[in-house]
Ligand binder design. Structure first.
Ligand code: IPM
Ligand code: MG
Length: 356
């Protein structure tokens, strides 16, 4: 049956990198991958055209699709807009409206890139870590929130960090299940020494561990986790954490792999339907120059084939092709090192297609 993919390119480098992922999917379509693409607007591009960063039509296209491929949102141009219509609201809105609560952010170091990391290669060589980030709750969505004026005339900004047991349990289940299929080690990251919401997080994870005798659960405070990620990242197999901590730790983890331009992600709902996007942003400073790294987006397409479209062999082919172009010495600027061949965004996409 034909699988429908909603394509939301967004802003900045979004359209360029998404184009390359589509090239790869279309190449696989020639080999029998049965897909149909439907394009929608999101972020600043959507705001410019429709006055909102998340038009109803985009939600409809996305809801009716089997999977969503997203580029990135945001840019200088929209930074001074009211927060309610900023491009980022489009992204948060689609995550929330589609209930994409489970964000999987793998950080895998391709051996060819061991020297591209700012960390010593022995610290990062062989790194294969999965961060499971809660994506539709916590301080990103908690109410009340806003900026108010106090009686003395001073302004006050406020947000709410709130987690229900059921929200913790459903992300916990995803993380435990993944840990079971990997090395069986799960580290839950919180700030339970200070924040009650994450004290409940810790208690809930601990309770769940009773049903997962084959998973070894540990707990770590987020400040220590950030330190451990750069000190000895290979101690981790799977990490599970809140929305905001996961945002921060996954950027940190990306640098272990050489470049944030390499990291894909999947955001899944309860049924496994998902939105797939690189973890990096829209990089407006390099947009339109054909220098962005499309590999995170291409690898996101591979995650889509694996997690939602049930085409693991096609996913393997993409991952092998990415590895092959790295073997060939092809590098975009972000992962370039001496002696390698520097290529642009579209050349990198072409090379992956050729390597398929
Ligand atoms: C991410 C991004 C987003 C987030 C922004 C663009 C809203 O940083 O996907 O990590 O904070 O979730
Ligand atoms: Mg982020």
């Amino acid at each position: 049956m034909t699988k429908k993919i909603a394509v939301l390119a967004g802003d900045g480098i979004g359209p360029e990198i998404v184009d390359e992922a589509i090239k790869v999917l279309e190449a696989l379509a020639k080999d029998g991958l049965d897909i149909e693409l439907a394009y929608g607007l999101i972020g600043g591009a959507a705001y410019d055209e429709t006055g909102t960063p998340l038009p109803d039509e985009t939600i409809e296209i996305s809801k009716s699709a089997d999977a969503i491929l997203l580029g990135a949102v945001g840019g200088y141009k929209w930074e001074s807009l009211d927060i309610s219509v900023r491009p980022e609201k489009g992204l948060l809105g689609i995550r929330s409206q589609l209930n994409l609560f489970a964000n999987l952010r793998p950080a895998i170091l391709y051996p060819q890139l061991a020297d591209a990391s700012t960390l010593k290669s022995e610290v990062v060589a062989g790194l294969d870590l999965m961060i499971v980030r809660e994506l539709t709750g916590g301080i990103y969505f908690g109410q009340p929130r806003g900026i108010r004026t106090l009686e003395n005339g001073e302004k006050e900004g406020f947000n709410t960090l709130v987690y229900r047991e059921s929200e913790i349990q459903r992300i916990g289940k995803v993380a435990f299940d993944i840990a079971q299929k990997r090395q069986g080690r799960l580290c839950s990251v919180d700030k339970a020494n200070v924040l009650e919401s994450t004290e409940l997080w810790r208690e809930t994870m601990t309770d769940m561990a009773e049903n997962y005798s084959d998973v070894e659960l540990s707990h770590m405070y987020v400040d220590n986790a950030a330190m451990q990620l750069v000190r000895a990242p290979k101690q981790f197999d799977v990490m599970v954490t809140t929305n905001m901590f996961g945002d921060i730790l996954s950027d940190c983890a990306s640098m272990l792999t050489g470049s944030i331009g390499m990291l894909p992600s999947a955001s899944l709902d309860e049924s496994g339907k998902g939105m797939y996007e690189p973890i990096h942003g829209s990089a407006p400073d390099i947009a339109g120059q054909n220098i962005a790294n499309p590999l995170a987006t291409i690898l996101s397409a591979s995650m889509m084939l694996r997690y939602t479209l049930d085409e693991p062999a096609m996913a393997d082919r993409i991952e092998a092709a990415v590895s092959k172009v790295l073997d060939q010495g092809l590098r975009t600027a972000d992962i370039y090192s001496e002696g390698m061949t520097k290529v642009g965004t579209s050349e990198m996409g072409d090379a992956v297609v050729a390597a398929l």
